[in-house]
Structures are given as structure tokens and as C-alpha cells.
Design a protein around this ligand. Structure first.
Ligand code: NAP
Length: 307
């Protein structure tokens, strides 16, 4: 067994996999991929359900993605997860797409149906389930601000908020043009008559202190979907002085229990949660797609927490 496999291994799979038991039938492709926690929780799920298969990491660079994906149906794989930087590119390489994945423009999961690759995006649903489990609220009752809507995770989260018809959605991104573009895609979900006073139900704002300050007084949930906070020395994506006790803060980062944003959240007396629950639920949904049965959530969570 290797910690990380490569395209060369996949091309020579019969030989590489000859003595691997249980057989490798699932994988995650990423660049880098060593950090991925998916093998921990998916192998725990496979074990709990007594499925004779295992899930491994593949380091696949962007130029190798198409070749690697095309090999999977021939090698008896059940499915694959896609992580950074492959989510958008893989979307264009599928034979069929789930309707939601088609809209989002990125996938994090593929299932294999005969010779066909079918693309799915479970990040948005995973996010919605995480908000319910962490804060005991439904997205549709919330006024949400998403920071980092230019990336795969931020786009999936914003789409989920729109599809669940949240009360309000404010889009924030370093490259403003990407947020504006997403605003145009989502506009039709925010035409309904809700009485929210003078503020628009859907809007894009520049990442600047003054508009953030104004908007945060009209927001319940702030989501960080940028990598800011992966390093403990990163600045908080929201100026600390703007955090107030009425806010719920969801940081999609799951690498560490706390981030600069979550520490500031606690200091401000607000409620916060890291991305572990989203990671868990997006993984559970992928398992459900692959095996058409409920995922063993408790075992998956236990594996993530212990890992
Ligand atoms: P990505 O595609 O690289 O997206 C990055 C986003 O963050 C873009 O909107 C980008 O803005 C913004 N950004 C990057 N660096 C920034 C900086 N220094 N300052 C401000 N904005 C910055 O990444 P991704 O795959 O969407 O992942 C984003 C985050 O979500 C990561 O922290 C990842 O760990 C997390 N995530 C969590 C889960 C989970 O299950 N918990 C799942 C997926 C991802 P521009 O558009 O301006 O470049």
C-alpha cells in the first residue's frame, strides 16, 4: 500500500493493485492531495458497512486529469472525489451531470455508470446539513453573507443558499467581477416578495470595511469560503472589530479546530463552527451516491475527529 498513488500507478493498475486487499475501488484526485481527510472517513464508512473496498489518494496534476478520469471505468472503480484544483475542470470532462452540478459549474464527486462518468456536487448540500447540525437553523430562514464566491466551495454554497431561497444573500469576493457574474446567475431565485426593508435580497459588495460594516447589521450567517485561515498567521477575512454577538460564523476550513476568524468570533461572543461538519456531510452524500444507501455518519465523524 502507498500513501499516495499517481497516474503512472493507474496506467499500470493491474500490477500496482495486485496485492491490495481490500481492493481499491474509490479515490480522491487532488494537487496537492496529502492533506485530504476523505480516505479517513470513507474507509471508516466502508468498514462499518462491511463493503469489500477501499478508498485511496491520487496525486493528479491538471494536465493528467482527463487521462486519469478516463481510466477509472475500465479499472472497475465505483467513483472518485475531486478536490482542488480539479473541481471546475472535471465538470467539463463528465459524460453526464446531475442538474445541480451542471448549474454550479464544478463537481466534487463522480460516480461510474458502465463506461460513463457522472458528475455531482455535494458541497452545497453538505454545507446546508452542516448549518442545520451546527446551528440548528435552516438556510431558508437566514440572511447570509458568503466570502470567497469565486472558488468551487463558495460557488456551491451560494448556489445552495439560492436554491433553498434564503432570506438574503450577500456575495463578497476579492475579484469583484466573479461575484457580479454569480449574482447574475442567481438573480432569478431572489425575485420573490419578501419584506426586508430597504436592503436588496441579493447583492454583491466590494471587500471593504465600510460596506461590510453596513451589511453585517443585516446578516445572520457569515461564511468564509476562502483559504484565509489555513495558516494560523493569516488575517481574519472579516475585520475583527465588525464581528457582533448576533452573528453565526461558519468557517469552511476544517484543517484546524480554530482559525483566526473563529477565535475572533468567540471573543465577540458570537457562535462559530469550523468546516468539519461540511466535510462530513459532503462525504456522506458522496457515499450515498456511490452505494445508494444511508451513510454511517457516526463512524465517519468519529474517524474524522480521531484523525
Ligand atoms: P478555490 O477554488 O481556490 O477558491 C478560493 C476563493 O478564495 C476564491 O473566491 C478566491 O478569490 C478566494 N481567495 C483565495 N485567496 C484569497 C486571499 N488571500 N484573500 C481573499 N480571498 C482569497 O478554493 P476552494 O476549493 O473553493 O476552497 C476554499 C476554501 O473552502 C478552502 O479553505 C477549503 O479548505 C474550504 N473547503 C471546505 C470544504 C469542507 O467540506 N469543509 C469543502 C471544500 C472547500 P478570487 O476569486 O479573487 O481569487
Amino acid at each position: 500500500m502507498k500513501e499516495i498513488y499517481t497516474l503512472a500507478d493507474l496506467k499500470n493498475w493491474e500490477k500496482t493493485a495486485r496485492n491490495i486487499d481490500p481492493p481499491v475501488r474509490l479515490a480522491v484526485f487532488g494537487d496537492p492531495v496529502a492533506h485530504s481527510a476523505s480516505p479517513l472517513m470513507q474507509n471508516a464508512a466502508l468498514h462499518a458497512c462491511a463493503i469489500d473496498a477501499q478508498y485511496v489518494r491520487f496525486h493528479i496534476i491538471p494536465q493528467e486529469l482527463e487521462t486519469a478520469l478516463r481510466l477509472l471505468p475500465k479499472l472497475n472503480f465505483i467513483g472518485v472525489n475531486l478536490t482542488t484544483p480539479h473541481k471546475a475542470a472535471a465538470h467539463g470532462l463528465m459524460d453526464a451531470l446531475d442538474e445541480r452540478a451542471q448549474r454550479i459549474g464544478a463537481i466534487n464527486t463522480a460516480s461510474i455508470d458502465g463506461e460513463k462518468l457522472v458528475g455531482w456536487n455535494t458541497d452545497g448540500f453538505g454545507f446546508a446539513r452542516a448549518i442545520r447540525s451546527e446551528f440548528s437553523v435552516d438556510l431558508r430562514d437566514l440572511r447570509v453573507m458568503v466570502l470567497g464566491v469565486g472558488g468551487g466551495a463558495g460557488r456551491a454554497i451560494a448556489w445552495q443558499c439560492a436554491l433553498e431561497r434564503c432570506e438574503r444573500l450577500v456575495l463578497v469576493n476579492r475579484a469583484l467581477v466573479k461575484a457580479k457574474e454569480l449574482e447574475r446567475e442567481l438573480a432569478r431565485y431572489f425575485t420573490g416578495p419578501r419584506l426586508l426593508g430597504p436592503v436588496a435580497r441579493l447583492e454583491t459588495i466590494p471587500w471593504e470595511e465600510s460596506p461590510l460594516r453596513f451589511q453585517l447589521s443585516q446578516i445572520d450567517l457569515v461564511v468564509n469560503a476562502t483559504p484565509l485561515g489555513m495558516n494560523q498567521t493569516d488575517p481574519s477575512p472579516v475585520p475583527i472589530s465588525l464581528l457582533a454577538p448576533h452573528l453565526m460564523i461558519f468557517d469552511t476550513i476544517y484543517k484546524s479546530v480554530s482559525t483566526p476568524l473563529l477565535r475572533a468570533t468567540a471573543d465577540a461572543g458570537a457562535r462559530g463552527a469550523n468546516g468539519l461538519a461540511m466535510l462530513l456531510h459532503q462525504g456522506a452524500l458522496a457515499f450515498e451516491i456511490w452505494f445508494n444507501r444511508p451513510a454511517p455518519i457516526a463512524e465517519m465523524r468519529q474517524a474524522l475527529v480521531a484523525g
